[in-house]
Ligand binder design. Sequence first.
Ligand SMILES: [Zn+2]
Ligand SMILES: [Zn+2]
Length: 634
Amino acid sequence: MALLKLNPSFKDYLWGGHRLVEEYHKKYEGEILAESWELSCHPDGSSVLASGEETGMSLPDYIEKRGKEILGENCKRFLNFPVLIKLIDAKDNLSIQVHPNNAYALKNEGQYGKTEMWYIMDCKPGAYLYYGFKEEITKEEFAKRIKEDTLLEVLNKVYVQKGDILFIEAGTIHAIGKDIVIAEIQQNSNVTYRVYDYGRVGKDGKKRDLHIEKALAVTERVPIIKSKSSYPHVAECDYFRVDRLYLDGTITNQLSGVIGKESFAHILIMEGEGTIQCGDTILSYQKGDSFFLEAGSGTYEVKGSCEALVTTIGEKANPIRIGVDIGGTMTKIGLINTEQQLFAKTSFQTNAKQPWKEVVKEIGKQIQNLLQQENIALDQCIGVGVGVPGTVDKKNGIVLYSNNILWENVPLQKELEQYLPIPIAIANDADCALLGEMAGGSGKQYEDVVMLTLGTGVGGGIAIDGKLYDGKLMGGSELGHCVIVEDGEPCSCGRKGCLEAYVSATALIRDGKRSMEQEKESVLWEKCKYDCNNLTPEMIFEGEQEGDRISKELLERYRKKLATGIANLVNLFRPQLIVIGGGISIQGENLLAPIREMLETMCFGKAHGELPELKIASLGNDAGMIGASNLIFC
Ligand SMILES: [Zn+2]
Ligand SMILES: [Zn+2]
């Protein structure tokens, strides 16, 4: 929790003036000051801390040091810092320009588009700006007028006064006119397509570049229709929310607000003077000052006179998440909605021989295709989660090692960001399956859950207090490789007697083959067409139902070993729920009912201890995708 004063970064564009220095107290030595970037993490100029222990540190460095959590929950969906807030002193006219929307910018520029908002802080009488078209025009006329320098004739000229607000959605043609001071709140993007620059030349004596082709592609050639109200906010969109604070200094001279966990807040003082307090920090303010409040800062108080804009980040409406489940033979991709429903999916074959770069590229391509097929723009998606069969460094997004797909030190997150510039998180696939079951399957409404997946191997995941438990050290837990028989059966991990060596599908088949060799009368021979290499776990479960003696013995031993493993987990964690997933889990109650009985005597405390519920995973093969898509919330 912190309240910090910020110093801006300065821009001396040719159309600037002196008002930001003379009236807004900007400490700037140069000749002309066009813009001060008040809240910025942009590489072209970032804000610098002007109070507190880290005075002098840049804002991006401070966020890096303190952790992204200080930006709040609602910022998790942004790959980069979401907004850029500027003061603009237009002594002269700015160029006529347009910004692309996210869909176009993500596709063609590899970054977000730009929607912006203007608050007219001051202007001379008769000042105006351009905002959209007067009437709808054709693309041909638009192009012709740019060429013949007659574009201004068809633009919507708006006379402005102090306090006016204009919301400039991406695709709207616009220009700030001369003699206006503006507070601009915008998406943190720098994609501008200039269409007309009054024929001016820059300091280098050259005309600035125009971007006619791109502007023609992105400009909405219709008059602006105000489609929705932002009331009670000054402005509200997917990218920022702006509110106004007002104290006249006499009738009202004190107010307080609360900064919750959802978002940080930026306060821009446009008029007045006084003090702002949060916790033990009290700072004085004057016209032109900027303050940053970390998410979760709690109550703050403003005393004095002031007119200020408070910018926060709201929730996104109807967000979509993307879940990817990379497997040894198949990679699955799904789109998940807020109800944790997987509403569209696709898959493609993968194998250990494919170079990892190709696999990642294919994931990027398949996601783009799936979104296109479902008519969903990438910017509707708040993140991608990827489950990987192996050991991962979640923090840095690196797959350290995967036995199944033979990956070693693969920078998966960085690589995938090239194709999908939105937040990406990765985790072990068994952890993803657990997350999925907890989000939308058998584990819903439980806080402490342990999951075992009984497949080719045995995976597992642990959730405590509703959160995945990873341990502090790299490598994570491996429930399938807890030893239940000292010097027992050899395991795929190179050790002996692991749970996996007894309760994986592979182990059950191994034991089945051994028994068949000794019992030539078993129905299993008939089931596997007299070749024991055809044996499957399903055949053994069928055999048991049909009364086959060796099938019954096999599964009795199998359940006993599984119960031993589960009893150990109960004694370790005493969770509320144990979920069983993986191929073997399709046997359902047939598998679980006898184990439940065994657990009553096998767990410590017997009747005196509470036994967890034992359930089959309900999401099947979708659990991994649904769980992965929830990683961005972790
Ligand atoms: Zn603009
Ligand atoms: Zn093992």
